[in-house]
Design a protein around this ligand. Sequence first.
Ligand code: NAP
Length: 250
Amino acid sequence: MSDKVAWIIGGGTGIGAAVARVLAAEGWTVAISGRRLEPLQALADGERIHAFPLDVTDTGAVELAVAEMIARLGRIDLFIFGAAAWQERKVSDYAIGPFSAVLDANFMGLVRFLDPLHAQMRRQGGGQIVGIASVAGYFGLPRSAAYSSSKAAMISLLQTMRTELADSGIRVRMIAPGFVKSELTARNDFPMPFLMETEAGARRIVDGLLRSDRFEIAFPRRLVWPMKLLRMVPYPLFFRVMRRLPKAKA
Ligand SMILES: NC(=O)c1ccc[n+]([C@@H]2O[C@H](COP(=O)([O-])OP(=O)(O)OC[C@H]3O[C@@H](n4cnc5c(N)ncnc54)[C@H](OP(=O)(O)O)[C@@H]3O)[C@@H](O)[C@H]2O)c1
């Protein structure tokens, strides 16, 4: 058992909720946040798992939530940002409204936590800051302009932070899942190779976080490695492959 405290943003459903359950079973005290109260309350038990409803697009609410979290649970050893908006976009649809909404939640949502989180982790002598990005952030995927960009931005930010905070006792980590069953993927109508059960994905994440110090926790390998390889091939070949993806239809 451990007396450590984790805070999972996007912890009411899907991967976040499954990670909360695994951490609680390992003895962690876990705070979960999201906008909807019902899924948070369904998971919270008032003992190991606590609900902190929150909209990550509201800067004031984020600052208040960090303060409330510290007042109630005392510290934040492990912070996992997994809130995300996902909506498949039509090809060549870059309308500013929906595009900024995705960036605001998926990327700026994380940025809003960083200052207060950093201050708290310095005060308590360290901690882990983790972003759930995606293999969709490795490069720009068709019909996923805003989502792919938001995850690429998150990967870049976390890389910067890992370097900048290397000597501070704050470990910065990035999670890149392939396809995992959740509310988010339930809306997809395209093939999802190597789709994983939610629980299995959560176990991979918790194992990676608690039993390694790697920057990147990416899975499943049979999807991750071809994706990584695609980043390295010359652009003419890269775009030939992209145009063959089922989602690339005009
Ligand atoms: N499932 C996959 O295959 C997959 C693959 C790669 C990466 N990921 C990433 O994994 C993370 C978890 O996704 P999931 O698949 O488990 O889907 P999910 O169940 O839809 O989880 C997304 C969570 O984000 C919360 N959220 C969305 N907007 C929010 C906001 N403005 N403020 C606060 N919370 C907000 C949602 O709760 P509310 O709606 O109640 O706010 C929900 O709990 C996401 O970052 C996703 O991009 C998933």
